[in-house]
Ligand binder design. Sequence first.
Ligand code: NOJ
Length: 521
Amino acid sequence: MHAIAWWQHAIIYEVYPRSFQDSDGDGIGDLNGILQRLDYLVKLGVDALWITPFYPSPMADFGYDVADYCGVDPLFGTMRDFDRLLQEIHSRGLKLILDLVPNHTSDQHPWFLESRSSRDNPKRDWYLWRDEPNNWQSNFGGSGWEWDEISGQYYYHSFLKQQPDLNWRNPMVRTAIFEAMRFWLERGVDGFRVDVMWLMIKDDQFRDNPPNPSYCAGQPSSHRFLPVFNSDRPQVHEVVSEMRAVTDDYRDRVLIGEIYLPIPQLMTYYGKNLGGTQLPFNFQLLQASWTAEALAAAISEYTNALPAEAWPNWVLGNHDSARIATRVGTHRARLAAMLLLSLPGTITLYYGDEIGMTNVSIPPEMVQDPAEKNEPGIGVGRDPERTPMPWDGSPLAGFTNGRPWLSLGPDHGALNVVNLEQDPESILHLYRSLIALRKSHPVLVTGELQSIDAANNALSYERHGCGERLRVILNFGDAPLAISSESGEILAATHPHARSGQASKLMQLGAAEGIIVRLRN
Ligand code: NOJ
């Protein structure tokens, strides 16, 4: 594939380092563990790793509470381990994307310790201090304001009280974070995934948010108000373009934004003249209902809304959302893989989804996630999708020699990489072959997406370009379906019996089955 940047044709693989591979027996994954598994990723065919935070941190939010932007937490290794990992990643032709957490620091970050030390400390204004709280809520439950005894004011935190929000209106904050970005860019990282990009700037008048008329009891408390004044403020785009200017100072880097907003607002993050984030994460596949009709609508709405020349992307799973196999049912996990890998643009895969991992239920006394601890039992916990990767059928699944920080899934004896490797019909082999197909048929990456259609719970669409026409047909229903297709060659099928051969005018597609057909031109 030529003429497009690496990140445009990339399949990005998200590694949650605590749960990927432990190399030192403490039950928590680490950088050297990732190193041990690089060849597995090469074989899978992905192009880039995004590693969630491994910086020094008290781990109140498992690394999303950063105490030093330019270091490695001893739990995960050393800077030397990092450099070696990066070098080994690059030597395999892969790229590395780091997680940048600019909205907030840890309350143990030296900047915050200084800021809270007195009202006239030069770093006081690096955070959001007020005499009186307003009604802004924390995303992890309760008021977003915490009283500080030491200096006699409240500070704002969008997440835990151990994660005070930085004041992005302060130019010194910008400079400090941009310096941290440069630190890693100089070391050779290929880009950043920016945490909660749309939350970075808040209303300078600290106006109260309006009540949410559709709030119901039992929902997270942050839903009580509409986040009008503490999210998606117009000034955030200035910050994003400044961040982009930092990455643009280096060759071939990418800036990805984590943004949970409706499509029209999401699109604004591409920025004026596409000078914002190159990839505002598209979470349509995380949020749409899993029917052909809903997916067709979500896919069309997204692609129709893309600004001219803006590059599409698709995310199937992440460390904050239920596993895809749990969301759609294990019987449809193969269909999800085919959908994901036949859509245009950049793809993001969550570790373990390629082996069909499901959510693991964590008993209350074992819960780790602060979101669940703060608001138990309402479904906000994220431990179930963060459990250790099962590599083999041994008691600790080849993940660790110690006590895993989160339980392994009860099915890891059967569902593990070694077993699935041996079964040519496993979901792992399906992922590999779909990824290989995507590489050998660039139309899947760059081609036009056309004729999106949903009927009888079957979703179909065509991909045109590079001298080819492919038709994707996915049966989301629970019953076999007769479909009519232009005839052509079946390039891929979710299930073995349909693989290879010719698509004929009228054919049967089993429940939860999908095929990709190369149509005769
Ligand atoms: C989004 C991250 O993905 C999530 O895991 C984290 O808890 C919050 N941001 C706060 O940083």
